[in-house]
Ligand binder design. Structure first.
Ligand code: GAL
Length: 359
């Protein structure tokens, strides 16, 4: 039988026990439900890595719902995408997690599933289903999900929509469209205080950002739109409102590789948009801390508390991509982001003392 001392006499056992201690402390750190650790593996309440990439956040009732791409299985590089390293995993569906406190996430399963039996379906595993965003329409009492639908070579560029009666689905897929007769790739979905909803998306081969008004049921584009950031090549849009100003966060277009973040502000969703440059500061600001924006949401019950969600993509192993969530600071009207190694929601309270570790 082994006792503590016998471990010291067996170098292999010693190494193994050190390794196990390291793994278990790493797991404790990532599973600890009381802090955010950007870039680490984040576990759900069953101890499984959260799988919700390019995601969005809905706050409904007293619960947060996090929707994202389920990136499962092997990443591979289709011949057509070789030039730009366009790795993919086959589509499995949109994953949803729920939480009361933003730290502990309960797996609600795939709320929109791939359709393997129909190769023509937008949801066939061979397609692209990305950047899902969900909002609740109080008029129809439906949960509306908009997403980027594409073929594996990203040449089809459509906007897909689905609805559900409850936030945890299942969502019923209604089809896809080429809004305003143009292409639609990376996208987000923004609901204003007056209940009007807009899709904001990369169009014209990513050379312009389109902002389109949706119908009252939020299921159709009504034909009123504007073209913004023309010639800039932006994507990964996230839109939010603070103190009557509209903010748009976006990335540049470099596939899965990170690049500098862009921010802009406007008095109206239609613009004109006043550019604010890159809100990130400090080391790795030029690569958005190795990540790409996907959504900004407000923390319920806290004053002026906005969190940005971003993805740290691992292109040759997309399933291992990580999450970077950071609090947005505002210097007057200007957003600022700095890397925080660990942080807690108490950062939004004052004084926040030890709620943050910078490294
Ligand atoms: C990025 C985009 C991602 C995904 C990726 C494919 O530019 O933001 O959502 O489409 O390209 O390489």
């Amino acid at each position: 039988m082994l006792n503590d001392l016998s471990i010291l006499r067996h170098p292999a056992l010693l190494l193994l026990s050190l390794l196990l201690a390291h793994v278990s402390s790493a797991q404790t750190a990532t599973a600890n439900p009381k802090k955010f650790v950007p870039g680490e593996i984040w576990l759900d309440t069953q101890g499984k890595p959260i799988n919700a990439h390019g995601g969005g956040m809905l706050h409904y009732g007293s619960t947060y719902y996090w929707y994202g791409e389920n990136k499962a299985g092997v990443s591979w590089l289709p011949e057509a995408n070789r030039k730009w390293d366009g790795y993919r995993v086959d589509v499995t569906g949109i994953h949803c997690y729920s939480s009361k406190d933003l730290y502990r996430w309960k797996d609600q399963g795939l709320v929109l599933k791939a359709v393997p039996e129909d190769p023509a379906s937008d949801l066939h595993p061979s397609k692209v289903v990305e950047r899902p965003k969900v909002a609740f329409n109080p008029l129809t009492r439906k949960f509306v999900l908009w997403m980027h639908i594409d073929t594996a070579d990203y040449q089809t560029a459509r906007a897909g929509v689905a609805v559900a009666d409850v936030p945890t689905g299942p969502f019923r897929y209604l089809g896809s469209t080429k809004p305003e007769g143009a292409d639609s790739r990376d996208q987000t979905f923004f609901v204003d205080d007056d209940g009007k909803a807009y899709r904001i998306y990369s169009s014209e081969w990513n050379k312009a950002t389109y902002i389109s008004l949706l119908s009252d049921d939020w299921l159709r584009h009504v034909g009123r739109y504007t073209r913004a950031f023309i010639g800039q090549g932006l994507e990964a849009q996230a839109v939010f409102k603070r103190h009557a100003k509209y903010y748009l966060i976006a990335s540049e277009c470099t596939g899965w590789d990170p690049n500098p973040m862009h921010a802009a502000m406007a008095d109206s969703i239609w613009g004109p948009w006043h550019e604010l440059g890159n809100p990130c500061t400090g080391p790795d600001a030029n690569t958005t801390f190795g990540s790409q924006s996907t959504c900004v949401f407000q923390v319920s019950g806290k004053m002026d508390a906005y969190i940005i969600m971003a993805d740290q993509w691992h292109k040759s192993n997309l399933a291992d991509s990580r999450y970077v969530w950071l609090p947005i600071e505002f210097e007057a009207e200007t957003p600022r982001l700095e890397w925080l190694g660990r942080w807690e929601l108490r950062i939004f309270d004052w004084p926040h003392g030890d709620a943050v570790t910078r490294q």
